[in-house]
Design a protein around this ligand. Structure first.
Ligand code: ZN
Length: 313
């Protein structure tokens, strides 16, 4: 028996067929088309292609989306450029695919993947943040994914760390959410500011070439550039401020950082850990702050696990 996990992003749809032990047997990546119905057709198409290569039955399909899902209606809430907003994605996909389909928020699925197979194995309570363009979140409480009553819980990127900070992104009306202080978007902003302040430096050179973003900035930080390093250190400290609040609330066994910027590893995590340990309430225990096992394939693997666990239900 195998399952198919699909991760729908703003620019690409990544999907995999997972066999025993959730090993990836085959995977595909296609660009995310424009418009919700085209996205539904693209998901159905990649699923059919992966199912065609299966040597046994495909039990179910899991789909992760960067959006909230109303658990009562299955309707997708505001999403980041996937066009699925307002659609009853599960029912539509089931009609197209002819297999049981389960849809969930991508942060929830990343947390599921880390809990069942990754860095958070063996912990009943887990806080996960995916640091990418923005910050997604997932919570495991009592070994189960916590979604909140309306499916809008665990939006950990919107934990406020600076009440009068920068305006948040997307449909968030708040200011100073952690994703305005430590994300690909905020790092790009802060790296550009550092570059403008020192046009003669390495950051300034990248800015002049039009190549300065969080990835190239990270490369410079890794190479030891002090200015780039300082930007990541400051962002990491803000992340630690958020982690201190989250550990005070949830008392998790572990805190996991995933998403594309988790590739920064200790460049981001060391200052985050230092700040978190300085700020969190005195411990009865201390949750380690670690990098996720699954980075680019967290959504696919988590979606596959969801499909297997929910099955035909
Ligand atoms: Zn926000």
């Amino acid at each position: 028996m195998s399952v198919i996990g699909v991760d729908v992003g703003g620019t690409k749809i990544a999907a995999a067929r997972l066999g025993s032990g959730y090993g990836i047997e085959e995977s595909l990546v296609v660009p995310t088309p424009e418009g919700g119905e085209a996205v539904v057709r693209a998901i159905a198409d990649v699923t059919a292609r992966l199912a065609a290569g299966a040597t046994d039955d495909v039990a179910a399909v899991g789909v992760g989306v960067p959006a909230t899902i109303d658990p009562a209606t299955g309707i997708v809430g505001a999403s980041n450029h996937t066009g699925l907003d307002g659609l009853h994605a599960r029912d539509l996909l089931q009609q197209h695919i002819g297999l049981p389909v389960h849809v969930d928020n991508d942060g929830n699925l990343a947390a599921l993947a880390e809990h069942r197979l990754g860095a958070a194995r063996g912990h009943d309570d887990v806080v996960l943040m995916t640091v990418g363009t923005g910050i997604g979140g997932g919570l495991i409480i009592g070994s189960r994914v916590f979604r909140g009553g309306g499916g809008q819980g665990a939006e950990l990127g919107h934990v406020v760390v600076e009440g009068n900070g920068p305006p948040c992104q997307g449909n968030c009306p708040n200011h100073g959410c952690i994703e305005t202080m430590c994300s690909g978007t905020s790092l790009g902003r802060d790296l550009r500011a550092a570059a403008a302040a020192d046009p003669g430096g390495a950051l300034g050179a990248l800015l002049a070439e039009g190549r300065l973003d969080s990835r190239t900035g990270l490369d410079l930080a890794r190479a030891g550039d002090a200015d780039a390093r300082a930007v990541f250190t400051t962002a990491g400290r803000w992340l630690g401020v958020a982690v201190a609040s989250l550990t005070n609330i949830f008392d998790p066994g572990i805190v996991v950082i995933g998403g594309g910027l988790s590739a920064a590893e200790e460049i981001l995590l060391a200052p985050a850990r230092e700040e978190y340990l300085r700020r969190a309430l005195p411990p009865t225990r201390r949750a380690p702050l670690v990098v996720a096992r699954f980075r680019n394939d967290a959504g696919m693997v988590g979606a596959g696990i969801l499909a297997a666990e929910e099955g035909a239900a």
